[in-house]
Design a protein around this ligand. Structure first.
Ligand code: ADP
Ligand code: AMP
Length: 213
């Protein structure tokens, strides 16, 4: 399966990407995680993108496309992938389309997970992430068994800096301005599937599976 997940911050893309990747035994490629890793490791790209991440702004298209072409050229992506957080601009979508044509790969579907703005803010401000393995929790909707501790690896949970409310509001504006135009872009290519994200994670997952066969 070659799938793109689109949705505002907090829609549940990461949550669904994890489930879909397990279900289809296919790699999940999350641009946000790749950038955060680069920042943490202080690589040249990390130093270049750090300011964009902190402000909740988009990383320039040429940097994103360079990173993704390298990642998607990996042998694990030959039979499929789930793209979580990419593309986010029409420029990135055109870059991806050109690259897919060149490599003779064909997308199966682009899934848009819709949630209203206030729900997205509630989800993002309550999100906590494991500092070690990256597993995601929510203070109310998906709490860990032990407060502040990852169920899977027992490391401490932290709040992402860009998950504070002011930055989240800005990220939602960026989504509306830069990413929403992708809906028409993929509608024109008959790839778009829309899913109501205001359901339990398992229900969203079932809906996505029923739309992609
Ligand atoms: P995204 O990757 O789109 O930014 P996440 O998958 O990280 O979103 O989810 C954001 C937050 O909302 C996380 O804390 C997650 O636990 C929670 N969450 C995800 N899906 C749902 C859902 N269907 N209902 C309630 N909370 C959810
Ligand atoms: P996310 O983890 O998806 O919320 O992304 C976190 C941050 O990484 C974003 O606010 C951007 O700064 C950057 N980022 C992730 N994916 C992209 C992308 N496709 N294009 C530009 N910036 C991105």
């Amino acid at each position: 399966m070659k799938i793109i997940l689109i949705g505002p911050p907090g829609a549940g893309k990461g949550t669904q990407a994890e489930k879909l990747a397990t279900h289809w035994k296919t790699p999940r490629i999350t641009t946000g995680d790749l950038f955060r890793q680069a920042v943490q490791n202080k690589t040249p790209m990390g130093l270049q993108v750090q300011g964009f991440l902190e402000k909740g702004a988009l990383v320039p298209d040429d940097v994103v496309l360079g990173l993704m072409q390298e990642r998607m050229s990996g042998p694990d992506c030959k039979s499929g992938f789930i793209l979580d957080g990419f593309p986010r601009t029409v420029g990135q979508a055109i870059g991806l389309e050109t690259w897919l044509k060149k490599t003779e790969m064909v997308l199966d579907a682009v899934v848009v997970i819709d949630v209203p703005e206030e729900e997205a803010v509630r989800r993002i401000t309550g999100r906590r992430q494991c500092g070690a393995c990256g597993s995601t929790y929510h203070l109310q909707f998906q709490p860990p068994r032990q407060d502040g501790i990852c169920d899977k690896c027992k490391s401490l949970l932290v709040q992402r800096k860009d998950d504070e409310e002011k930055t989240v509001r800005h990220r939602l504006k960026v989504y509306a301005g830069e990413t929403l135009p992708l809906i028409d872009f993929y509608k024109q290519r008959h790839l778009l599937r829309q899913v109501d994200g205001v359901q339990k994670p398992a229900e969203v997952f079932q809906t996505i599976c029923s739309l992609i066969k």
